[in-house]
Write a protein that binds this ligand. Structure first.
Ligand SMILES: [Zn+2]
Length: 439
C-alpha cells in the first residue's frame, strides 16, 4: 500500500498555567515512531502575530509533515493526544487540522501570511476547512484552528532552529537550575550560530523559562548540528526526558514585513511604517518615550517602552527625522489614542540639529553674555559686542542605523542584529539524524 502525505497542524493547546504545544509534538512524534510513518521535515514551530489580545505565551503553532499508509489511524491517535494534553480548563482553545494531500490549498497560504500580522477570527479558518472537506477538530472556542491551519500553509523564506529539551513529568513545576557560566561559555563558543541564550550585559540566562511548562531550556540557532553540540555544553544536573529540534520562524522578524494601513490603523495589527518625526519626544515618569510621526499626511502616535532599552534612542529624535519603525498597534484606552508600540527604530535620515546660541567672540574663543533683554551681547573679557544670537549645529548622538530592543527584551520573532546581514540556507531534513532524542 502506498504512503499518503499528511500535514498536521496543532495550535493553542497550552495555557499560562502549564503544558506546551511543542511538548505535545514531542509526545506525538515519539508515539508515531511506533507506527512506521516517514517524517518528511523537522517539526515546524511557527510564531504568528504576537500583538493579538488572546495569545498564550508566544502564539506558536506546531506543524508536522509525514507519510503514512494508515492516515485514519494516525489522525485518531493525534486527536487523542490533543484531547489528553490540552489545558482547556485553564483557557486553552486547541485546534487540530489535517491536510491529507501533498498540495496545500491556496487559502492556507493566504491565511498563514495574514495570521502573521493581523487578527483573524476562527470562523475564517473554519470556512476554509469546511470548503476543502478536511478533517479538523477543536475544543473550547476553536480559536486554535487559525494557527493550526496557518502553520500548514506557512512558507519559509528564512528559518532558524530551536532545540527544546523537556523535563521528566515528576519535575514539572519545580524550580530549574542551570550553571550560568556553562550557558555563557556555550554562547561564546557558538555565536553567531546560536543566539539569545545569554544576556552578557545583564549576566542573565535567557534560554531557560521559569513557568510550570515542561520545557527545561531551548537553544536557538542557525542549524541543527550546532544546536546538538551547543546543548551538550549546558550539562544540567537534572535528568531530562529528551529533546526535539524544531524548524522555526523565530528570530526572522516575520511579523514586521508588511506596511501598516494608516487609514484604518486597526488595533492588534503588526507591521512597519515610514514617517517623519513631528513632535518632540516626551519622557514619562516611568521612563517610557512617546512621540508622533507623520506618514501619508496622517499623524501616528508611537510608544517606546523602557524595558526595550530603545528609549535612549527615541528621546534623541527631533522633528524632521526620517525614520522607519515597526511594531504592534495597541487599542485606544479612555485616555490614550491608538498607539504603535515600537519593536525597532531605523533611522533613515537625521535632521540637522540647529539651535540659536549666544554669539561667539572669535578673539577670546568664548561665548558672549547677554546684556539684558533686547540689548545685545557682549564678551566678558574684551568687551566686543554683537546684536544677535547665532545658529549653531549640534552633533546628533544617534546614527543612521537600525536600533532593536536589548536582548533580554526580545520577543520570539525579534530579528537579532547579527541575523540581519544575510539569510542562512535552508537545511535539508535528514530523518536519520538526531533531530529527536530520548535520554
Ligand atoms: Zn572677546
Amino acid at each position: 500500500m502506498s504512503k499518503q502525505i499528511l500535514h498536521i497542524g496543532i495550535d493553542d493547546t497550552d495555557s499560562p498555567k502549564g503544558m506546551c504545544t511543542t511538548f505535545l509534538a514531542y509526545k506525538i512524534i515519539n508515539r508515531l515512531k511506533k507506527e512506521n510513518v516517514d517524517f518528511l521535515d523537522f517539526p515546524n514551530l511557527i510564531r504568528f502575530n504576537p500583538n493579538i489580545p488572546w495569545k498564550t505565551r508566544g502564539n506558536g503553532a506546531v506543524g508536522l509533515k509525514i507519510a503514512t499508509t494508515k492516515p485514519n489511524k494516525i489522525k485518531n491517535l493525534v486527536k487523542k493526544f490533543v484531547i489528553q494534553y490540552s489545558d482547556v480548563k485553564n483557557g486553552a482553545n486547541p485546534g487540530l487540522v489535517f491536510c491529507q494531500d501533498d498540495n496545500i490549498p491556496e487559502e492556507f497560504f493566504k491565511l498563514s501570511s495574514d495570521a502573521m500580522w493581523k487578527l483573524i477570527h476562527r470562523n475564517e479558518a473554519k470556512k476554509i476547512l469546511s470548503k476543502h472537506n478536511f478533517d479538523y477538530f477543536y475544543l473550547g472556542n476553536g480559536q486554535g484552528l487559525v494557527g493550526a491551519t496557518s502553520v500548514i500553509g506557512y512558507t519559509f523564506e528564512d528559518q532558524t532552529f530551536e532545540l527544546l529539551s523537556y523535563r521528566k513529568t515528576s519535575q514539572f513545576g519545580k524550580k530549574r537550575f542551570l550553571d550560568k557560566s556553562k550557558v555563557k561559555q556555550m554562547q561564546e563558543k557558538t555565536y553567531p550560530k546560536t543566539f539569545n541564550s545569554f544576556d552578557s550585559k545583564k549576566n542573565k540566562v535567557l534560554l531557560m523559562p521559569h513557568g510550570p511548562d515542561p520545557v527545561f531550556y531551548g537553544v536557538r540557532g542557525e542549524d541543527s548540528t550546532t544546536l546538538i553540540s551547543a546543548s551538550k555544553m549546558i550539562q544540567p544536573k537534572e535528568k531530562l526526558a529528551g529533546y526535539l529540534i524544531f524548524k522555526s520562524n523565530q528570530g526572522t522578524g516575520d511579523h514586521l514585513k508588511n506596511e501598516i494601513d494608516v487609514e484604518t490603523f486597526l488595533p492588534y495589527t503588526s507591521g512597519i511604517l515610514h514617517g517623519i518625526v513631528n513632535s518632540k519626544p516626551i519622557i514619562t515618569n516611568g521612563g517610557h518615550v512617546f512621540f508622533s510621526i507623520i506618514t501619508k499626511n496622517i499623524k501616528i502616535h508611537c510608544a517606546v517602552y523602557k524595558p526595550t532599552q530603545m528609549t535612549d534612542i527615541a528621546k534623541e529624535l527631533i522633528i524632521g527625522d526620517k525614520i522607519k519603525v515597526g511594531g504592534g498597534i495597541r487599542k485606544a484606552t479612555k485616555t490614550l489614542p491608538r498607539i504603535l508600540n515600537l519593536e525597532f527604530i531605523q533611522i533613515l535620515k537625521l535632521e540637522k540639529k540647529l539651535r540659536l546660541v549666544n554669539p561667539f567672540c572669535k578673539k577670546c574663543k568664548k561665548h558672549m553674555k547677554s546684556k539684558g533683554k533686547n540689548q545685545g551681547f557682549q564678551c566678558v573679557r574684551c568687551k566686543s559686542t554683537s546684536a544677535h544670537k547665532i545658529q549653531k549645529y549640534f552633533p546628533r548622538s544617534i546614527k543612521k542605523q537600525i536600533y532593536i530592543p536589548s536582548v533580554s527584551a526580545h520577543r520570539h520573532l525579534t530579528k537579532p542584529v547579527q541575523r540581519m546581514r544575510e539569510k542562512t540556507k535552508s537545511e535539508k531534513f535528514n530523518p536519520t539524524s538526531s533531530w529527536i532524542s530520548n535520554f
